[in-house]
Design a protein around this ligand. Structure first.
Ligand code: WQD
Length: 341
């Protein structure tokens, strides 16, 4: 089987391409390198010992997508491509709505025109907004996210659901990621955010590398055991493997499905910082500050459906995540350095 991966040189995309190749799939990748680097392709090939076709393309470019489908017999698509910075989405919502939603529509139109009707979509736990209780379950009411980025995920899920109603041949699997962190155990691929990072692990890494003096702890007055925010962190390799499980399911069923992809337990900010200190052997100084606007207190998954239906569950621990994350950053202290975009 040949799988087309949109955004396949990004953080989660690249780790998923590795697992696809190791699982024996043939892979075609396209990416516009907006938030990734071309050197990732060679690193994927080095990890797996396997080759794959790559196209530099933007999902909004219908002609480019049609060429990919004309030149390759694609069986299914895993769709990662999209803008994903929560804070940025608040500043430039039109860019986020246009790129993420219109881009997905163009991709689906090109798929349908070539008879490709299986898609695994990179969704997010942000679709749950601020739920009344935890753990989050797939049948929770989806109303509004707390930011435009999350809203694009809600809208795309609904578009894909309507597509399944209009054409029962479609098979759609929406994977709602919780907090992906970590890196491939080789240290060759990992998280390499553009500019000043927003997420906690790349920010802790700046302290571990001595670039920053301390990590800001956004709020210690939440209703949690130690007062700091609680999240369901999941190793990016476990997350990548969930896509393989979803592909296997999509080959057997049609219709719209969604799955929580998380560990099913939460860790607080202080617990994550402690784990990073254990992994790196570096003291991580904490700078306590007020809550960050838009943050929710607690978020963690009920991953039962993924286990029962997909036969998938997370296996790696928070210490594995921090160890592998630190291993990537000490092997790539400046991230992916190649200048070619
Ligand atoms: C985690 C916790 C912060 C930085 C985001 C996106 C979400 C998903 C995952 C795509 C929170 C605290 C953080 C810092 C801190 N991405 N924190 N100091 O906000 O849970 O989720 O990434 O799907 O869509 O919203 O992740 O890593 O930013 O924050 O105290 O310097 O760490 O308050 O409790 P978040 P995060």
């Amino acid at each position: 089987m040949t799988i087309l991966v949109s955004g396949g040189t990004g953080f989660i995309g690249s780790h998923t391409v590795v697992e696809l190749l190791l699982a024996g799939y043939d892979v075609v990748v396209f990416d516009n390198f907006y938030n990734s680097k071309s050197c990732v392709c060679d690193r994927i090939k080095k990890i797996t010992g396997r080759d794959f076709k790559f196209y530099k393309a933007d999902m909004l470019d219908r002609a480019a997508l049609d060429r990919i489908f004309d030149e390759n017999k694609i069986d299914a698509v895993i769709h990662f491509a999209g803008l994903k910075a929560v804070g940025e989405s608040v500043k430039i919502p039109l860019t986020y709505y246009y790129n993420n939603i219109a881009g997905t529509i163009v991709l689906c139109e090109s798929m349908a025109a070539h008879g490709v009707k299986r898609i695994v979509f990179s969704s997010s736990a942000t679709v749950y907004g601020e739920p009344d209780h935890v753990p989050m379950q797939e049948d929770f009411p989806i109303t509004h996210a707390t930011n435009p980025y999350g809203e694009t995920k809600i809208v795309i899920e609904r578009i894909l659901a309507d597509l399944c109603v209009s054409d029962p041949e479609w098979s759609v699997s929406c994977l709602r990621y919780f907090n992906p962190i970590g890196a491939h155990k080789s240290g060759l691929i990992g998280e390499d955010p553009m500019g000043i990072p927003n997420n906690i692990i790349p920010r802790i890494q700046k302290v571990a590398l001595g670039e920053w003096d301390s990590i800001t702890v956004f709020g210690t007055d939440y209703d949690t055991p130690d007062g700091t925010g609680v999240r369901d962190y999941i190793h990016v390799t476990d997350l990548a493997k969930a896509h393989i499980a979803a592909l296997r399911r999509a080959a057997k069923v049609t219709g719209w499905e969604t799955y929580n992809i998380g560990c099913g337990r939460g860790y607080s900010v202080f617990e994550v910082i402690d784990a990073y200190e254990r992994a790196s052997g570096k003291p991580i100084k904490r700078n306590i500050q007020p809550r960050r606007p838009g943050d929710i207190a607690v978020s963690y998954a009920d991953p039962t459906r993924a286990k029962e239906v997909l036969g998938w569950e997370a296996e790696l621990t928070i210490d594995d995540m921090c160890r592998d994350s630190y291993n990537f950053v000490i092997n790539n202290p400046k991230g992916y350095e190649d200048t070619e975009k």
